[in-house]
Design a protein. Structure first.
Length: 472
């Protein structure tokens, strides 16, 4: 393992700067599989080193592109134990102790979220799966209540084409993806306009619901977002909860990003979360866990009946009658990892105060980053007062010349290929913007200033060269 550690030590940049074709050639060169056995150390020396060298080093202070966190050592150690134990979380007899660890962790998080004793949940691969489960249960609960149709047994009712899901224009793409997979089609997802802070506009939502009633459409779920992917915006949960209650609509909150606030001094920003019928939390974002680690929480555990199936070889009904706990009854997966262990180890070791202070630090750094941008004439932050730890901005040359959209796209590419600073790109009103997503508590405002300096320097160079980067 010496080669492994040496390569990590030599990684003084977040990325090596290697070109895609160069990386592909290096990986293909070590992908030969022989019939004969080889010493593991030789394989590591040959194969692991190029993989590590040209991977994105998410723990580097200047890696601030995506919602991709530096993992804690407790989580990494947990991964080793998870792999060694290799428990399958579908039936109790495959995960006897692990089952109760997961159940305890679920109780911890339902309590943290403000849910009562009737609540329950299950660990998932992340936000996409959790959002899928929220939409699945919302759909089936609606069909049973309004059509007396058990979708699991009888399929979708005749009027299902009228079903509608509402979410903000900036909600995660997994809402549409889930609607498509559940047979509703992306057309069933209706986007609600956002306000100047990129939060779902409640007045617009009320208007859309009223129009749907006139059109005899059936809005059955509202998907709020606590921490949008680009801006980290927080939809107004309390008012949205009131609207859902008034209209008898399932209320789901995607807090995959913002759920980390449950441990921070900014907990008040999630006011109303406890009123959600279901929610998504991701621990491989702001709880600093290795991928994958998410959880789906449900206010009323009775709704898990819409996905429960029994198999004699796995979770027979007799087990349930005898009180045997088979977690497959709550999951869309069968074989499932023991991810609760690394969460338990992290919370037990660090405590919530330290984790909360780490989250607070990233929010403060983002605030200072936005302030620093406003002091630089060519930087235009789109969210000068970030709600979480993401800052979206555009670089616009002081002389006003050139294609700003094209320049910002090239800037992100050039910075990545240089390897010393990794930022993301996105679109705002059709124009390319750059984005800092600050999840690393070790990232300081000085690191941010250095990245902004590199943006400026790269922009000058790009304009001198007339944009020599390939547009691919």
């Amino acid at each position: 393992m010496q080669t492994f550690t040496e390569t990590f030590k030599q990684a003084d940049h977040p990325f090596s700067g290697a070109q895609p074709e160069e990386i592909r050639r290096q990986i293909e060169a070590v992908m030969d599989i022989t019939e004969e056995a080889r010493p593991f150390q030789d394989v590591l020396k040959e194969a692991v080193q190029p993989v590590i060298r040209d991977s994105l080093h998410v723990s580097h202070e200047k890696s601030m592109a995506h919602l991709h966190c530096p993992p804690l050592l407790t989580g990494i150690a947990g991964e080793l134990l998870i792999g060694a134990l290799n428990q399958s979380m579908d039936s109790w007899d495959q995960s006897p102790a692990a089952t109760y660890v997961e159940e305890a962790m679920i109780r911890y998080w339902t309590s943290r979220a403000g849910y009562g004793n009737q609540a329950d949940g299950v660990f998932t691969s992340g936000g996409t799966q959790s959002n899928y489960m929220g939409l699945l249960l919302a759909r089936d609960a609606f069909c049973q209540k309004n059509w007396n149709q058990n979708v699991q047994k009888q399929g979708l009712p005749e009027g299902f084409t009228k079903l509608r899901v509402l979410c903000s224009e900036e909600a995660h793409f997994s809402v549409k993806k889930a609607a498509a997979q559940l047979g509703l089609g992306e057309k069933a997802v209706v986007s609600v306009p956002v306000d100047e802070e990129h939060r779902m506009d409640c007045s617009a939502l009320r208007q859309i619901i009223m129009e749907m009633e006139e059109q005899e459409l059936l809005p059955f779920a509202v998907f709020a977002t606590s921490g949008t992917t680009d801006f980290g915006s927080l939809d107004p949960l309390e008012e949205l909860a009131d609207i859902c209650r008034e209209n008898d609509i399932w209320f789901h909150v995607d807090a995959a990003y913002g759920g980390g606030l449950l441990l921070s001094s900014h907990r008040h920003k999630l006011a109303g979360l406890e009123q959600a019928d279901s929610m998504t939390l991701d621990f491989h974002k702001w709880l600093y866990q290795p991928i994958s680690s998410g959880v789906f929480l449900l206010k009323d555990s009775d709704h898990f009946k819409w996905i429960a199936h029994h198999a004699d070889y796995l979770n027979p009904e007799q087990d349930e009658q005898e009180g045997v706990l088979n977690l497959v009854n709550k999951s869309v997966q069968t074989t499932r990892r023991f991810d609760a262990l690394k969460i338990f180890l992290t919370l037990k070791t660090l405590g919530t105060d330290l984790i909360g202070s780490m989250i607070d630090q990233t929010i403060e750094t983002a605030r200072l980053a936005a302030q620093e941008m406003t002091r630089r004439s060519a930087f235009y932050p789109a969210n000068p007062e970030p709600q979480l730890s993401a800052v979206v901005f555009q670089y616009r040359p002081d002389d006003g010349d050139g294609d700003v959209d094209r320049l910002n796209r090239r800037l992100q590419q050039a910075l990545f290929q240089d390897g010393r600073a990794v930022v993301a790109k996105t679109k705002v009103h059709g124009e390319t913007h750059l984005k800092l997503t600050i999840l690393n508590p070790r990232t300081s405002i000085d690191d941010v200033k250095d990245v902004l300096d590199r943006v400026e320097q790269t922009a000058v160079q790009q304009r001198k060269e007339g944009g020599s980067l390939d547009e691919s």
